[in-house]
Write a protein that binds this ligand. Structure first.
Ligand SMILES: Nc1ncnc2c1ncn2[C@@H]1O[C@H](COP(=O)(O)OP(=O)(O)O)[C@@H](O)[C@H]1O
Ligand SMILES: [Mg+2]
Length: 390
């Protein structure tokens, strides 16, 4: 065989020292569902206490899980789902638990079509009226071949996205269908402000809060994964404590902790090192932040990218950036399709929320009013190369 780049790379990897780092990378993947979830026993138990009604053919209460990113909400709901499906199979009751990630199905129609399809109804992905899809969905609970009552639990993960876009129609329809219980998962405690009073009242949900993990808890989570993912003795002893401490600072985010550990391992492999050390972890942090900023900038609407370019230009000129100056620079870059000065304030707000810029209102002294000073919060070179690549 002629030389093949993949074969070559595999051979290099087999010969390198770094080959001994990972045993199996999949346990460090976001999608991996561990056999047990340490420090989430209470929350899982609470979910189960509501869901257990389903085994008596009673529709469970609706439940809402709240908590910041990486606090184990998705994992806990999937864990409870597996357990309930097992129990229902054993007790021979007709219970289904369907998981919907609302980032994949972004309208009421799409969610209902997906549910109908999962329950064996042939419905098109588009084209029917809302009434048609709702009726088809509801019919599932009226007739069933088994002569048994079907109870459906719908997990709506990342529900905030649906509420922002399509209103609260889906929650209303589901909560107004007999035999259906909803488990919503939200990143925001005030998520109910986004839904109408009539929906809140038919939701009538039980709330379960997922607090951020502390450093010690993260350490336990990482240790379990590390055992599956890394070969013995390749992690220096300060690696897991450091990942845990850094992630505890980032709002107790287990996903971030796992990312740090994985990236640190990858850096060790790249460098042909036979151990992962704290320096790899520190550099893993830079690498993750770097990727995050790049991704955010690349996915911004083009007008906001242009505004960032204006901020960059002024920063390079060492100018103090007021909103007036920024607007002038932005207009120069935009030529014809510039948006109004007022819209710019919305953009500035968005960019500040994303953490790419910061604003500071200062007073210029009596009678001179107040001004907004804008500062870049991400690396200048990184911003420039990213904008340039677009
Ligand atoms: N208690 C835990 N034990 C083991 N792994 C966990 C635990 N909590 C979270 N994880 C892992 O951390 C990552 C993020 O958790 P996830 O459930 O996606 O968080 P959320 O949905 O709250 O953003 C997943 O890979 C998950 O398996
Ligand atoms: Mg989640």
């Amino acid at each position: 065989m002629e030389s093949n780049i993949f074969v070559d790379i595999k051979k290099e990897q087999n010969e390198s020292l770094g080959k001994n780092i990972f045993k199996d990378k999949t346990p460090l993947d976001h999608k991996f569902l561990p056999e047990k979830l340490v420090h989430r026993e209470d929350q899982i138990r609470e979910i189960a206490k509501y869901w257990v009604d389903a085994l008596d053919e009673v529709t469970p209460s609706n439940v809402t899980l709240y908590g910041k990113t990486g606090t184990g909400k998705t994992a806990a709901s999937k864990f409870a789902r597996e357990q309930l499906i097992d129990a229902a199979r054993n007790e021979n009751v007709f219970v289904k638990v369907e998981y919907i990630r609302c980032t994949d199905y972004t309208t009421e129609y799409q969610v209902l079509a997906q549910l109908c399809q999962k329950l064996g109804r042939d419905v098109p992905n588009r084209g029917w009226t809302k009434g048609e899809i709702v009726n088809t969905f509801r019919d599932i609970f009226k007739t069933n071949a088994f002569g048994k009552k079907l109870i459906l639990i719908v997990i709506l993960d990342e529900i905030d996205i649906l509420l922002g876009k399509d209103g609260d129609g889906i929650l209303y329809t589901l909560t107004r269908t007999d035999n259906v219980s909803v488990l919503s998962i939200s990143n925001y405690l005030d998520f109910k402000n986004l839904i109408k009073a009539r929906v809140t009242s038919s939701l009538n949900d039980r709330e379960i809060v997922f607090p951020p993990y502390g450093a010690n808890q993260l350490s336990d989570i990482l240790s379990e994964r590390a055992e599956l993912a890394f070969n013995e003795d390749v992690l220096e002893k300060d690696v897991i404590p450091l990942c845990s401490a850094m992630a505890a600072k980032e709002e107790g985010d287990a996903r971030y902790a796992l990312d740090l550990l994985k990236n640190a391992g990858e850096l060790a492999v790249d460098e042909d090192s036979d151990k992962v050390n704290s320096d790899h972890v520190r550099r893993a942090k830079d690498r993750i932040e770097h990727n995050k900023v790049t991704e955010i900038i690349q996915t911004l609407p083009s007008q906001q990218q242009r505004l960032l370019e204006a901020v960059l230009n002024l920063t390079k000129q060492d100018e103090e950036i007021t909103s007036g100056k920024l607007y002038d620079e932005y207009k120069d870059l935009s030529k014809k399709d510039a948006v109004t000065y007022r819209r710019i304030f919305d953009f500035i707000n968005d960019l500040e929320l994303l953490g790419i810029i910061s604003t500071n209102t200062i007073s210029r002294g009596r009678g001179k009013g107040r001004t907004n000073i804008i500062k870049l919060q991400c690396d200048e070179v990184l911003l420039e190369t990213t904008l340039f690549s677009i």
